[in-house]
Design a protein around this ligand. Structure first.
Ligand SMILES: [Zn+2]
Ligand SMILES: [Zn+2]
Length: 129
């Protein structure tokens, strides 16, 4: 499985078994990503290989870190040793993101209430003027 960042300088791949695909609704993920919630694919760290580009890693909590493209800022993965030796890869960076479906929602105690109603909002194939 392969992925890349927005500016195309970071490329990575991994071959290991996907451990989980989750939507995380926690306040830390919401704040550090600026999004309502974040969708992640957890893979064994040893199977993850950065094939081009440069990542910067910042500490985001006592245990967790976030790694992103130094050129465009696209988040690539998080790590938290307390969760095991995993790369918590951002689903949106993967080439086959459309084929990966989250299995669970976590930290729903912090979920924004309107997230449960997304499917009922008016839909447009592209933006509106
Ligand atoms: Zn980039
Ligand atoms: Zn989270």
């Amino acid at each position: 499985m392969e992925g890349s960042c927005h500016c195309n300088s970071v490329h990575f791949k991994f071959s290991g078994q996907i451990r989980a695909i989750v939507n995380c609704h926690c306040n830390l993920c919401r704040k550090m990503n600026g999004s309502a919630f974040s969708t992640y694919v957890a893979v064994p760290a040893q199977s993850f290989e950065l094939t081009s580009g440069t990542l910067k890693t910042v500490k985001v909590s006592e245990h967790a870190s976030k790694s992103f493209c130094t050129n465009c800022g696209t988040p690539i993965y998080n790590q938290n040793p307390r969760l095991g030796d995993l790369k918590i890869v951002y689903l949106g960076t993967l080439d086959n993101a459309a084929k990966l479906t989250p299995a669970i929602n976590i930290f729903c105690e912090s979920q924004l209430i309107w997230v449960t109603q997304l499917a009922s909002l008016p839909r447009f194939e592209q933006g509106v003027n």
